[in-house]
Design a protein around this ligand. Structure first.
Ligand code: AMP
Length: 454
């Protein structure tokens, strides 16, 4: 199947061809005809499936023949949970719409000066991509109205709810004409999302491309068990040994992201933290550095990373496992995109075992365990005498490994000898045990995301 057979018009086909897409992805194959036919759509699809083109292309086509947007009017509104995603969707709209010059688009989100946005909206826009908070601010300032609104897209609806946007979304909905076409995209369809959908879409065409398992199957996944205190040193070691040059690292908290980025930096690995407390400019810079290769490790919290469009990201590391198993699937969905292979490695300490089990249940497959020489976790009671006594001074262990765990730790270059765990700064890993951060960490992670609201 090709794009032309989906009924797209020439200017869009040209733009798609320029992107180098040969075939529509499964979500595109289903969503494009449905949207062109005027149906409401409810689609389960996560980032990396091509969903942006799946709604942008038909949306542009539906707007093309209509009456241009009048002053301060908006004909299609795309709501996204984060600024990054808004910016990326805005870029896609501009790219795919480049041969439809009569259509005007704009992107608005918080954290930047509102006045240029007000000016931009003055003449009306055909497509407005917005985060909910800034949209409501602009509306209050009478920067736009929605009498001419034809299409609403809610992108990453599940994430919107996670981030506490439900009230903002309801407020926005009250401003929109009832007669409209509504498209709703969500990685998962929880009961909460279905409840929201009832007030949003009418007899929608439901599309489920079940990306879950296919994502999980495309990505090589393994877990290294390690003492929590040695995680930073292990990551430094793996980045060097495995020659990872572009690695997205997930931490649970903003504070954890900052600390890890510093540790990697002091070990000579260019690293930047990205989370909601960073200014928009800092985040844009970090992403650009990562894409260009200047930044080797991008350390991110879940929601800050969500929606980052990085083609063919080879490597994802879960420095902390996510508290919610679904987030693991989102995270590893960042790699192995658009058909490319990817690799996802999780650093797992004893206290993470329960989370790991939950993840394996969700993805319905066990994840391979590996150990890295000199980074083995302390023995625990339920692992019988597979290894030497655990009380060993740093570096004093002989090269031999005992017991069945002699599988090479390092997947590519097994059996290499390495020095004792070291801090990211090259010093021996600290012995100090930090208090575990549990639920507070999660709250803090969400806080980061809150700060990224538009
Ligand atoms: P999305 O799920 O919208 O974030 O898109 C994921 C990535 O896939 C983006 O980098 C797109 O440029 C790319 N992409 C979208 N559609 C296609 C397609 N039909 N063929 C190849 N790549 C695509």
């Amino acid at each position: 199947m090709d794009f032309a057979s989906l009924g797209l018009i020439d200017p869009l086909l040209r733009a798609v061809a320029e992107q180098g897409y040969d075939r529509p992805s499964p979500i595109q194959a289903q969503a494009i005809p449905a949207v062109l036919g005027g149906s409401d759509v409810m689609a389960a699809a996560q980032t990396g499936t091509g969903k942006t083109a799946g709604f942008t292309l038909p949306l542009l086509q539906r707007l093309e023949p209509g009456k241009p947007a009048a002053s301060r009017q908006v004909r299609a509104l795309v709501l996204t949970p984060t600024r990054e995603l808004a910016a990326q969707v805005g870029e896609s709209v501009a790219e795919y719409g480049k041969y439809l010059p009569a259509l005007r688009s704009a992107v608005v989100f918080g954290g930047v000066n509102i006045n240029p946005q007000i000016n931009r909206l003055r003449g009306g826009v055909d497509v407005l991509v917005a985060t909910p908070g800034r949209l409501l601010d602009l509306y209050q300032q009478k920067a736009m109205s929605f009498d001419q609104l034809e299409i609403l897209v809610l992108d990453e609806a599940d994430r919107m709810l996670d981030m506490g946007f439900i009230h903002d979304i309801r407020k926005v909905l009250r401003l929109l004409p009832k007669q409209r076409q509504t498209l709703m995209f969500s990685a998962t369809f929880s009961n909460e999302i279905r409840t929201l959908a009832k007030t949003l879409v009418r007899s929608p065409k439901e599309i489920d491309i079940s990306p879950r398992n296919s994502t999980a199957e495309r990505v090589r996944q393994w877990v290294v068990t390690v003492d929590k205190r040695h995680k930073a040193a292990l990551l430094t070691h793996l980045i060097g040994e495995q020659q990872w040059f572009q690695v997205l690292v997930f931490t649970r908290t903003k504070h954890g992201a900052n600390r890890l980025a510093k540790q990697l930096e002091s070990a000579g690995i260019e690293a930047v933290a990205i989370h909601g407390n960073k200014s928009q400019n800092a985040r844009t810079r970090a992403l650009a550095g990562f894409k260009s290769g200047d930044v080797r490790a991008l350390v991110a919290t879940d929601i800050a990373a969500r929606g980052l469009d990085i083609d063919q990201l080879p490597q994802v590391v879960n420095f902390d496992l996510p508290n919610v198993a679904e987030d693991y699937v989102h995270r590893i969905g960042r790699t192995g995109r658009a058909g490319a292979d990817g690799e996802a490695v999780s650093l797992v300490s004893g206290e993470d075992q329960k989370l790991l089990k939950g993840i394996e249940r969700l993805i319905k497959q066990p994840i391979e365990r590996r150990q890295v020489d000199n980074f083995e976790p302390p023995a625990v009671a339920d692992i019988p005498d597979e290894r030497e006594p655990r009380s060993r001074p740093n570096g004093s262990r002989s090269g031999s490994r005992s017991g069945p765990r002699s599988d090479s730790a390092s997947p590519n270059k097994g059996g290499q000898r390495r020095s004792a765990p070291r801090g990211a700064d090259g010093k021996p890993a600290p012995r100090r045990r930090r208090r575990s951060g549990g639920g507070g960490g999660q709250r803090s992670g969400n806080g980061g995301n809150r700060a990224s609201r538009g």
